[in-house]
Design a protein around this ligand. Structure first.
Ligand code: NDP
Length: 264
């Protein structure tokens, strides 16, 4: 086990959005069974009735709590925040992982305003609205951490981790790389998520809440497709190792799943 993964043991609670399949489900499974399980793993999904794999996991691991959340519905966000407040009580929420995302594929010729807005709503606007709704719980965890003597930023105290993508990097979308994946809605929604994260990093720093974006690699999920080089296990064990080892110096950063800085 790496030093980063070992750090994760001390984290009291983690919330993962879009946890019924793909990387979100893998995150929950790894957190529950990886030997560094947080006290409360809050797995959100927009449809609990059809989330069979998640339900099977929750039956095996009593620290998994399934909560309904449709990330593009404000009422659902507020209801979820109220449900989670009941679960975590005075301990607050240590780590919010905004993982849910969609890829509305459209190139220059097929893109429409509706396709752009749909992708923006899920990938850029929702993580901001969810973070705003959970801010009281994140602040509570950060203050408790400070009272317990932890003045630096880390996921053991309070953190917002946004799942971004290399495809959102403006600097990397040039030359040969610019010729592949000409997806206007997805790429721009992830660039916007990166900026949302940088803005939140500035605003939440006084509260001691670490904010960053991570690229999970190209992974074999419904979104990544079968050609992707990484399995969900490979991606998420690396992602958790990076997240577990985050410190003050990673606040406001854009990191690869391997831990290196990525160009914005
Ligand atoms: P999947 O398509 O496999 O899963 C997406 C998840 O997001 C599902 O659980 C889905 O739920 C959920 N979701 C989508 N819209 C909503 C919504 N409105 N409310 C609640 N949940 C929603 O994607 P991945 O697991 O591959 O991707 C996870 C994250 O990682 C995304 O943000 C993606 O952009 C990012 N990423 C993935 C890469 C890859 O190669 N796979 C590469 C780089 C980044 P439902 O089943 O209800 O649709």
């Amino acid at each position: 086990m790496s030093g980063g993964a070992a750090n994760f043991i001390k984290c009291g609670s983690v919330l993962v959005t879009g946890a019924n399949r793909g990387l979100g489900l893998e995150l929950v499974e790894r957190l529950a069974s990886g030997g560094f399980s947080p006290g409360k793993i809050i797995a959100t999904t927009r449809n609990t009735a059809t989330a069979e794999k998640l339900q099977e996991l929750a039956e095996k691991h009593p620290n998994i709590h399934i909560v309904t959340l449709d990330v593009v519905n404000q009422d659902s966000i507020e209801k979820c925040a109220a449900d989670v407040a009941q679960l975590v009580q005075e301990e607050g929420l240590n780590c919010l992982i905004n993982n849910a995302g969609i890829n509305v594929v459209a190139d220059f010729h097929s893109v429409t305003a509706e396709k752009m807005i749909e992708n923006f709503h899920t990938n850029s606007v929702a993580p901001l609205m969810i973070t705003k709704a959970f801010l009281p719980l994140l602040k509570r965890a950060a203050s408790r951490g400070a009272l317990a003597g932890s003045k630096t930023m880390s996921i053991q105290r309070a953190a917002v981790i946004n799942m971004s993508s290399l495809l959102g990097s403006v600097e990397l979308n040039w030359g040969e790389r610019g010729n592949t994946f000409k997806w206007y809605p997805y790429r721009t929604s992830k660039s916007a998520l990166n900026m949302v994260t940088r803005c939140m990093a500035v605003d939440l720093e006084p509260d001691g809440i670490l904010c960053m974006v991570i690229h999970p690699g190209w992974v074999r999920t419904d979104m990544g497709g079968s050609e992707a080089p990484l399995s969900p296990e490979e991606s998420i064990s690396a992602v958790l190792s990076v997240i577990g080892g985050l410190t003050e110096k990673d606040h406001g950063s854009f990191l690869n799943f391997t831990g290196e800085q990525l160009p914005w």
